[in-house]
Design a protein around this ligand. Sequence first.
Ligand SMILES: *Cc1c(COP(=O)(O)O)cnc(C)c1O
Length: 434
Amino acid sequence: MQYISLKDTKKTTKTTFKDAVIRGLSKDGGLFFPENIAPLPQVFFDNIASYSNEEIAFQAIKQFVGNEIPEAVLKQIISETINFDFPTVKINENTYSLELYHGPTLAFKDVGARFMARCLAYFNKNNTEQVTVLVATSGDTGSAVANGFLGVKGVDVVILYPKDKVSEIQEKQLTTLRQNIIALEIDGVFDDCQALVKQAFNDTDIIKVRKLTSANSINIARWLPQMFYFFFAYKQLKSLNKELVISVPSGNFGNICAGLLAQKLGLPIKKFVAATNSNDTVPNYLLTNEYKPKPTIQTISNAMDVSDPSNFVRILALFNGKIPADKLNAYSFTDTATKKQLLSTYATEKYLLDPHGAVAYLGLTKELEKHNNALGVLLETAHPVKFIDTVQAIINEEISIPKSLNSLLEKEKKAIAMVNNYQVFKDYLIRTKK
Ligand SMILES: *Cc1c(COP(=O)(O)O)cnc(C)c1O
C-alpha cells in the first residue's frame, strides 16, 4: 500500500506503510492517507458474526499494511493489540454503549498505541540502534503509548507530563511502569512539555546521539486500527436487523474518521454523529461550510478539548472534499448539558457514563430523533473512574474503583522531577543515552 501526503495535491510523492509509520508526518507537514481504499466483499459482512475479532481486524487492516509485514506477524500484532473485550452494553431498547475502555489504561487509545508500538518494534527489529519515543502528554495519550511500548525491545520511551496537572490515576499509570519507560515530571503546563519535545526533535546535538520517533496521534498506525471498533459493534448488533446510527465523542476526529473509513470499506453503518463539547469547529463547519477554529475551551470532557482537529483533513479526503449530509452529522454540547445527561443516565437507566460518553449520548439522542426504527450506538471512550472527581461530583455519590486500579494506586510513583528548561532536558537526554 502506498500513502500520499494530504498537502501534496498532485499526489506525486508516495510513501510505504513502513515509512509513514516511522515518520509520522510527511516531510511537507501533511498527514499520510492511503492512496486507494478497496471495499471488502459483501460476503464478509454477511458472515461477520462467525468470525473472531482477530480475523475481522486482520481483514479490515491488511490492505493498508500490504506485504510490508508478513501475514503471520501482522496476525500476531493484531492478537496482542486487541486481547481484551469490546462489549456492546444495552442502555435502553434502542441504545447501546460500545465500551472501549477495557484495555490496560482504561481509555480507547490503547488499541492505536499498542498496534503502533508493535509495528515500530517489527520495523526496528534489525536495527542495533536503540530508538527513543518522545511524548508529551496531558494524561491519556502518554499512558496508552507507554503501556503499548512497555517491554518492547530496542525502544526507550520518555514521557513528559505536567506536574500536578494530571489525575492521580493518570499519574500512576505514567510513573509505575518502569522497565523501558521513563517519566519526566515537568514543572510547567502541558504546552511546556509539548514545546520541549518539539524542540528536541529539531536539535541536531540530540539527534546525533539518540534516534527519536514520535508516537503522535496522527500516525497512521494509531489511526487505522481504530476501525476495528466499528466492525466489532456491527458484529455484535447485526442480528437485531436494524440500521445503525453511531455517535462518536470527538476531539481530534481520529476515531470518527476511522469509523468513516470502515464505512468506506463497506461496513453497513447508516449514519455517523460527531459529538463535540463546546469546541464546535466541525459542527459549525457542517452548518456554514466555513472552517474557523476558535481558541480552545477547557471542558469536563478534556480529552476532546481541541479546536482545530488534525484529522478533519482526512475526513474531507475520504469524501473528496464534500461531506455528504446523509453520512455525517455533528453536534456540540455544553458542560451543563453533559452533566445533566450523565446524571440522568445514571439515575434512570442505571448506566454510569464518563463525561466523553455523555457527550456521545447527547449527540446520539439528537440524531435518533430523525430516524425511525434505527438502533443507536454511543462510543464510551473512557472508564468513568478515569474522571472520578468530575463523575462523583455530578452524581453526588462515591464510585468504586476496579480491583486492577487499586493495585495500581498502591504502586510507588517513580518520576524524574525537572524544571521547565530546555537545556536541562537536553542534557538529560544526552547524558542518559544507553
Ligand atoms: C482522545 C479521546 C477522545 C477523542 O478522540 P479523537 O479521536 O481525538 O476524536 C474521546 N474520548 C476520550 C476518553 C479520549 O481519550
